[in-house]
Design a protein around this ligand. Structure first.
Ligand SMILES: N[C@@H](CCC(=O)N[C@@H](CS)C(=O)NCC(=O)O)C(=O)O
Length: 211
């Protein structure tokens, strides 16, 4: 049995839920983090000393396997259940996918985070326009880069959907939902996004309005 801890308003939880659905795994999810709290209880801290979501517990018996860090969870689930497809077997193909996952965590997410926090999580009167502007300015060239990349191939790591598409699409999902003028012409990115969004595994995740 797979148990996922975390609230769906977290982008990092959404990655894991979508991944589990994509793999056809049955799972239970317990709300945790944000308004749901729980993450600072001793029981939760024993699962994740960072007091963050998501966490998975996987397996039966007294000592299920526990894992935190969203992209690592996605890698693990794909390696276990989709070796050769979502988790590429060929080493170079696999690390091509790995690269995009790290890029989401280390580059795309830090660039776009302030725009999300300002526009969605900060009351209008307290917003800092400079933070918003800097975040938009940092994200636009990254989306352009994605558009150029996706003009050459159907998915991030080649012709087929892999684990790499999950974290990056969760980020694009959050970005496209922002009340910003999204007027840049990025046809390849949008073609990829529409294909990703239509995947049955993404239902209940990529159709959510990020809050
Ligand atoms: N690098 C971690 C980051 C996890 C993270 O930042 N989680 C946030 C939600 S997106 C969190 O737990 N915040 C505290 C809370 O929700 O109470 C991962 O990818 O899993």
């Amino acid at each position: 049995m797979l148990h996922i801890w975390g609230r769906l308003s977290s982008i990092n939880v959404r990655k894991v839920v979508w991944c589990a659905q994509e793999l056809g795994l049955s799972f239970q999810r317990t709300e945790a983090g944000g308004a749901f709290g729980l993450v600072n209880t001793p029981e939760y801290l024993a699962l994740n000393p960072n007091a963050m979501v998501p966490v998975i517990e996987y397996g039966d018996g007294q000592q299920p396997y526990t894992l935190w860090e969203s992209n690592v969870i996605v890698r693990y689930l794909c390696a276990r259940h989709a070796a050769g497809t979502l988790y590429p077997e060929d080493l170079q193909d696999r690390f091509d996918a790995e690269r995009w996952m790290d890029w989401q965590q280390t580059t795309l997410n830090p660039a776009g985070r302030d725009a999300f926090l300002q526009l969605v999580r900060t009351p209008e009167a307290q917003r800092q326009p400079a933070l918003l502007a800097a975040s938009v300015a940092a994200t636009a060239p990254l989306l352009d880069l994605l558009d150029r990349h996706l003009a050459r191939q159907a998915f991030l790591a080649g012709d087929a959907f892999t684990m790499a598409d999950i974290p990056v699409a969760c980020e694009v999902h959050r970005w496209l939902a922002l009340p910003l003028q999204q007027d840049a012409d990025r046809p390849a990115l949008m073609r990829w996004w529409q294909a990703i969004k239509a995947r049955p595994g993404a239902l209940g995740v990529l159709d959510l309005i990020p809050t």
